[in-house]
Ligand binder design. Structure first.
Ligand code: NDP
Length: 304
């Protein structure tokens, strides 16, 4: 059986490091780092994410400044708020919660955030720094995955890594960070031919696709390390029966609740083939917020 890579435990370690960093700032007479979160509209999942972010801020002593705007906010008003936050010396990090309601351009909003306060690491300037291998604010999810792999002593040099997914948020930056650590990286996506065969080459498989249970046990090289970034809600009983065939407990939960969260990887099958696997929930999910607060501290320290 594979080892479970416990994301929650590692997130706690990362948050403790942030808490200590905040304490050190306060001890030297600096203020606590401040994160401004902009939430537009009433997407229920976004409200949950923002609540979780505020709770994590409170835990480590980061000031959380929430800006809630109605769903029909015009782009100019959102832009004006971002401009104000960019020049506000009491704000270190700015996060615009995605997705934005219809009619708002998320790229325009994200590109407007000052690169020095871009704690999500989505600004082209920060993406360019990552491409060049220079320090900057890096996307939270892949950074935190790298931190998890380092903590567990996964030696990346020379490793065959396959990243499933090529989004700007996860897939592409994850591939660049692995490359920086001297892994040999393949990026696969929806047009990749013979995906199972590509995955079977991987000593390290990172799945960031958003398709429940896409990666079967037979796609995984024996002994591989598997990082499952996907967070998917399964409501279809036939799909649940297929992807949880090796996870009777999960199937029971599904039958009791009518829906469950799962990753892009069939966890029960992966556990029988891989050497280490991140679970969903409890794997990469908690790490992302820890990555965000790590970036917020970094942004504050850099602006001093
Ligand atoms: P996107 O939808 O932006 O990207 C998905 C990628 O997967 C695309 O590159 C797409 O290919 C590829 N893809 C889709 N279907 C297939 C398929 N059948 N076979 C191969 N590749 C496929 O998603 P994100 O990167 O934003 O997120 C991916 C997953 O990670 C989601 O489940 C999301 O919820 C989760 N997530 C979790 C986070 C966490 O904190 N744990 C944080 C961020 C995301 P193509 O480019 O060709 O369309």
């Amino acid at each position: 059986m594979a080892t479970i890579l416990d994301g929650k435990a590692h997130a706690d370690r990362m948050l403790e490091a942030v808490r200590q960093g905040v304490e050190a700032r306060l001890a030297s007479g600096l203020r606590a780092p401040a994160l401004a979160v902009v939430l537009v509209g009433d997407d229920p999942a976004s409200h949950v994410y923002v609540r979780n972010k505020s709770a994590a801020c409170a835990k480590v002593g980061v000031t959380s400044l929430e800006h809630r705007l109605p769903a029909d906010t015009p782009q100019a008003e959102l832009d004006a708020l971002i401009d104000r936050l960019n020049t506000d010396p009491a704000v270190d990090g700015i996060l615009v919660q995605l997705p934005l309601p219809k009619g708002l351009d998320s790229k325009e909003a994200l590109h407007r955030i000052s690169p020095a306060k871009d704690v999500d690491g989505f600004h082209p300037m920060n993406q360019g720094l990552l491409l060049e291998g220079l320090p900057g604010l890096r996307p939270c999810t892949p950074s935190a995955c790298m931190s998890l792999l380092a903590h567990h002593g996964v030696a990346l040099k020379g490793l065959r890594a396959v990243v499933l997914g090529r989004s700007e948020i996860v897939g592409k930056p994850m591939a660049l960070m692995l490359l920086e650590q001297h892994a040999t990286v393949t990026i696969a996506h929806s047009r990749t031919k013979d995906l199972p065969a590509v995955c079977r080459e991987a000593d390290l498989l990172v799945a960031a696709v958003g398709r429940p249970g896409l990666v079967e046990g037979s796609w995984i090289k024996p002994g591989a390390v598997v990082v499952d970034v996907g967070i998917n809600r399964v409501e279809d009983p036939d799909l649940a029966a297929r992807i949880f065939a090796c996870e009777p407990k999960k199937l029971e939960t599904f039958q009791a609740k009518g829906a469950v969260l799962c990753g892009d990887v069939r966890f029960g099958e992966a556990m029988q083939v891989a050497s280490a696997v991140t679970p969903v929930p409890g794997g990469v999910g908690p790490l992302t917020i820890a990555g965000l607060l790590t970036n917020t501290l970094m942004a504050a320290d850099q602006s001093k």
